[in-house]
Design a protein around this ligand. Structure first.
Ligand SMILES: NC(=O)c1ccc[n+]([C@@H]2O[C@H](COP(=O)([O-])OP(=O)(O)OC[C@H]3O[C@@H](n4cnc5c(N)ncnc54)[C@H](O)[C@@H]3O)[C@@H](O)[C@H]2O)c1
Length: 198
């Protein structure tokens, strides 16, 4: 069990210096980075493509795509400097070449979305950004697999967070109905007034 208390670092994933400082702070505190979850993301305004602004598109791509890319860049750079951790060190002690491929230097998980696997009406920049996260994830995974660094992504459906509330509030009524079925008990408990309107 981890005995060392965690730390909080204020940062902006769209700025390389900020991401690098975050990685440095983690390494100074813990000595290495075994795992990272790149979850920072924004939804952006809900609108169809014609009504969407270029600025809104750029901002979503900045945070959701460039942010994940920058985090990978600095996290992987750090992991490459780390000694691989072997699940069974004694077994590989006299086989240094094999060790190179058997050890794990680190594991990274990026936040994509179900919107990264299918269309998402009224959220084209968000949808594009989450498809892009999967592309970056798969590329990083094949680039660094032989270095003992795993890179994966998760694609969740609606989860009760401020972003979920924002999506439901911004969406037109017909989409709200599809996003939150009336039988969804967690939402029924949290947002009874909205459910009565559906
Ligand atoms: N909640 C859902 O239903 C849902 C579904 C699928 C995918 N996701 C994805 O999961 C991830 C987490 O979402 P959430 O629901 O917790 O959203 P959230 O809005 O509750 O949290 C997002 C976090 O990202 C941070 N953030 C935003 N811009 C940032 C920046 N430039 N630099 C650093 N941090 C920044 C925010 O401060 C916030 O803490 C996101 O990538 C989101 O796209 C969420």
């Amino acid at each position: 069990m981890l005995q060392t208390p965690g730390i909080a670092v204020q940062m902006d994933v769209t700025m390389a210096t900020s991401v690098e400082a975050m990685v440095t702070a983690a390494v100074q505190r813990f000595g290495r980075i075994d795992c990272a979850f790149n979850g920072a993301g924004i939804l952006g305004a809900s609108a169809r493509i014609v009504e969407s602004s270029e600025d809104a598109f750029d901002r979503v791509m900045d945070v959701n795509v460039k942010g994940v890319w920058l985090c990978l860049k600095y996290e992987i750079a750090q992991m490459l400097q780390q000694e691989p951790v072997l699940s069974d060190p004694a077994r590989w002690a006299d086989k240094p070449d094999v060790c190179r491929f058997r050890g794990v230097r680190g594991s990274i998980v990026n936040a994509s979305s179900l919107a990264g696997l299918m269309p998402c009406r009224y959220c084209s920049p968000y949808c594009a950004s989450k498809w892009a996260v999967l592309g970056i994830t798969k590329t990083a995974a094949v680039e660094y697999a032989s270095d003992g660094i795993r890179v994966n992504a998760v694609c969740p459906y609606l989860t009760a967070t401020p972003m979920r509330d924002q999506l439901v509030e911004q969406s037109p009524p017909d989409l709200q109905e599809r996003l939150i079925p009336k039988w969804y008990p967690q939402v029924a408990w949290q947002r009874p007034r909205r459910l009565r309107r559906l």
